[in-house]
Design a protein around this ligand. Sequence first.
Ligand code: PEP
Length: 249
Amino acid sequence: MRKLLIAANFKMYKTISEAKEYMNRFLPLVKNVSDVDIVLAGQAILLPLMVELADGSNVEISAQNIHWEDEGAYTGELSSKTAKSFGLTYTILGHSERREYFGETDETVNKRLKNALKNGLKTIFCIGETLSERESGKTFEKVEKQVKEGFKDIAVEDLKNISIAYEPIWAIGTGVTATPEQAQEVHEYIRKLLSTIYSKEIADSFRILYGGSVKPENAKELMEKADIDGALVGGASLDPEKFHKIVLH
Ligand code: PEP
């Protein structure tokens, strides 16, 4: 059985006081949840505070991106080695906003993935198609390319530290959610692909999350689907009570 993973992506939201207030309200709400892994991804500058506040709780803290080198002359980037030294356990990689606005490619995401795994960070690896790719029947082709190129030369023993987040770009921040059937169809495809590339055993234990306008009202029907193992949540995660409802769905 795959344990659900439900992750919040705060993107570039929250000041220090807002982050403190969030943690103070959210942590008590979920303190008895043991059947879901809960992760919060904040802006880089908030991460040490979030790690400190989450210490001893059942909530893990994630970066939203990390660089592919341990250190170096890369102004504005975040090192996974440094992140790990602060107690972070997760990073998101390949988010469509990184791919769209910051020139991230399958190749750079692959390099970042290798570095995250090397430094012991678990990864939420984002993939997904645009609306025009979906409308022209290219969804499977796109996600297959993103998985094959993104996972190039990743050691089989590291796969247990990766979850895929299938996030159709047309559903991110738009209020339009993929129907549970649309999401399930792609999740099933991704699982079969993992089975072909690796093995059925690896594919069966691999967590595949859905992301794209998940909210308390649609979380249950999405996560009831056979191949949906959790969610990556943007907008609706910014409110601790709403995100708590998604965790409990
Ligand atoms: C995301 O940023 O990963 C996301 C899914 O955002 P939203 O829930 O707002 O669509």
